[in-house]
Design a protein around this ligand. Structure first.
Ligand code: PMP
Length: 372
């Protein structure tokens, strides 16, 4: 018998993916983690042109220089982060960037402070690298926002990294500027790495996004095109890391993927250098849906935070059978416990589905689950 490596055995396949596999095709899917919009036309055209121009060869390991120049501009304009093209690595989605951070920096025994609840991949990547997870509570009474004081309490001599994700998957919480800054200060004072996953940065409502990378050089900033430009299947993301960090990250990237797809990189260039009105339209539509889903859930008696970002809500639903009952009635959701112990008693619902479908889904829940 050929056994898999112990590290692989120690982790599980994603519960979110499993939910989709059992999905009835007619069910309304509020489990999904990707925008339901199409890729904007200018991006599609750039990718078609790149194929016609035979740009189908390897690119530099760190990505096309023109794209990295646009990313440098983006970091300066949107995030107040001063960087240069050498510090940027274009990756196969933010997923690869995350994996690279864990492989390049986390050793067995290193502690990683991880928001609870948080995106499933964080735990898996830290476990695969042999790190120890130190959960820090994101409490509903704080609207699930991670607080710097709670992070500070978790720091020990073994703390290697702090994982941040604002706006958050699964709660939609957007951290406050003072907490972001205080965590950046903690990283400077204690020589701790901050891995800041900012993939939902653009999907934010009446609130400003702040990057810890503006305040500390110990921060690796992760971002990508999956959410803001609906480019999930094109697998394209990027990171910014200082010169010393960058070299270690590049080793993992070189041997893992060599470079991100040339075609997707051309699309990403068009995304950053072209008009941003499609992003604005998409965010306005998400905001309407957020308002709808939050008010309907609250009316049903499920306490729901009016989340300020991403496209998820995380209502308090104590009925353990809710997810199964909802699925049987035709609405797919994800059990909150998939995202950590603080997710117990909550359900993640994504509103990356049409307004009409969300309305229908809420009617089904009201008629067949709450009153059923
Ligand atoms: N981070 C978070 C918080 C996510 O929700 C996701 C996608 N669900 C990713 C990273 C991965 O994004 P990508 O498609 O760029 O790999």
């Amino acid at each position: 018998m050929i056994n898999p490596a112990k590290r692989t055995k120690s982790i599980e396949l994603s519960q979110v993916r499993k939910m989709f596999e059992i999905t009835n095709p007619d069910a309304i899917n509020l489990g999904i983690g990707e925008p339901d919009f199409d890729v904007p036309e200018n991006i599609k055209q750039a990718m078609k042109d790149s194929i016609d121009d035979n740009e189908t060869h390897y690119t530099p390991n760190k990505g096309y220089i023109e794209l990295r120049e646009e990313i440098v501009k983006k970091f300066k304009n949107d995030n107040g982060i001063k960087t240069n093209t050498d510090n940027i690595i274009v990756t196969v989605g933010a997923s690869e960037a995350l994996f690279m951070c864990a492989q390049a920096f986390i050793d067995k025994g290193d502690e990683v402070i991880l928001p609870n609840p948080s995106f499933l991949s964080y735990e898996a990547c830290i476990n695969l690298a042999g790190g120890t997870i130190v959960p820090v509570d994101c409490k509903m009474e704080n609207e699930f926002k991670l607080k710097a004081d709670d992070v500070a309490e978790k720091i020990t001599k073994d703390t290697k990294a702090i994982m941040l994700n604002s706006p958050s998957n699964p709660t939609g919480a957007v951290m406050e500027k003072e907490d972001i800054k205080a965590i950046a200060d903690l990283s400077n004072d204690n020589d701790i790495l901050v891995i800041s996953d900012e993939i939902y940065e653009k999907i934010i409502y009446n609130k400003k996004h702040y990057s810890p990378g503006k305040y500390s050089d110990n921060v690796i900033t992760l971002n990508g095109f999956s959410k803001a430009y609906a480019m999930t299947g094109l697998r394209i993301g990027y990171l910014n890391a200082n010169e010393t960090f960058n070299e270690e990250l590049l080793k993992i990237h070189q041997y893992n993927s060599a470079c991100a797809s040339s075609t997707s990189q051309r699309g990403a260039y068009a995304a950053l250098s072209g008009p941003q009105d499609e992003v604005t339209k998409m965010v306005a539509e998400f905001e309407k849906r957020r308002d709808l889903i939050v008010s309907r859930l609250n009316e049903m008696g499920y306490e729901t935070v009016n989340a300020e970002g991403a496209f998820y809500v995380f209502p308090k639903i104590e009925d353990k059978d809710f997810v199964t009952k909802a699925a049987k009635a035709g609405v797919i959701t994800v059990p909150g416990e998939a995202f950590g112990s603080n997710g117990i008693g909550h359900v993640r619902m994504s509103y990356a589905n049409s307004y009409e479908n969300i309305e229908k889904a809420m009617n089904i829940l009201e008629e067949r689950v709450v009153n059923g």
